[in-house]
Design a protein around this ligand. Structure first.
Ligand code: PGA
Length: 246
């Protein structure tokens, strides 16, 4: 399975800085074969990025999506995501769960809405520091998976992003053995629920991936790629991660 890299820009970027990012990406694209590379800009910049990146093999995703449309001020519908060219959406990023109080049940509704309309899902799970310290990570993740995904058939392209909350933006990263154990645990859970189909579900790692640790993290068994926040904002940093994959 080829590695997938997704840059999550969060609430960063500007019309001008996005243009510079794409300019650097274009130079890189000329001498590299790109596959399975995506960025999630803030929704307001998606159209700009979609146009700038046209023909460059860069996929565009949304950082979040709503489970419905209509009278929901400020929300972004699945239809709107698809309309502006997103082929997938992140769902359940820990910042959405914490800052916007999205529950496992809310996220389940989002997954259903996205899948029904053909928008691929990158579903984020991850444990807070207390669970990591108490060594109850597996139980915590299993609950997130069961409460949001149980009984759902997962459509093509469904991806899990494992992001320990304490590793996000902190510079702290679990050791390789811990990442291996958690990813193989998630893989086993998916296999027991989805059988042979589980093989197609990629499991990405996210949380302080950077140009120094990417090659080591991306070499771990059961790690099918990375969800990269801070290190995707400057193309020079992101490039070093992409170099490892191409
Ligand atoms: P980070 O963010 O790479 O800056 O830790 C990852 C994420 O939140 O997806």
């Amino acid at each position: 399975m080829s590695l997938s890299i997704i840059g999550n820009w969060k609430s960063n970027g500007s019309i001008k800085s996005n243009e510079s990012w794409i300019l650097e990406f274009k130079n890189y694209f000329n001498d590299s074969e790109i596959s399975n590379l995506a960025i999630c800009p803030p929704f307001i910049f998606i159209d700009q990025m979609f146009n700038l990146a046209s023909g460059l093999g860069l996929k565009i995703g949304s950082q979040d999506v709503d489970s419905s449309s209509g009278a929901r001020t400020g929300a972004i519908s699945v239809e709107a995501c698809i309309d502006v060219g997103c082929c997938f959406s992140l769902i359940g990023h820990s910042e959405r769960r914490e800052l916007f109080h999205e529950s496992n049940i809310d996220l389940r509704q989002k997954v259903i809405a996205a899948q029904e309309r053909g928008l691929q899902v990158v579903f984020c799970i991850g444990e807070p520091k207390e669970q990591h310290i108490a060594a109850t990570t597996n139980e915590f993740l299993e609950e997130q998976i069961i409460n949001s995904l149980s009984d759902l058939e997962l459509t093509d392209g469904f991806t899990i992003a494992y992001e320990p909350i304490w590793a996000i933006g902190s510079g702290l990263v679990p050791n390789n053995d811990d990442i291996y154990k958690v990813h193989s645990f998630i893989s086993d859970k998916l296999k027991s629920r989805y059988g042979g189909k589980a093989k197609k579900i990629k499991i990405l790692y996210g949380g302080s991936v950077n140009k120094k640790n990417a090659s080591s993290i991306l070499s771990i068994d059961y790690v099918d790629g990375a969800l990269v926040g801070g290190a995707s904002l400057k193309f020079s940093d992101f490039r070093a991660i992409l170099d490892f994959c191409n």
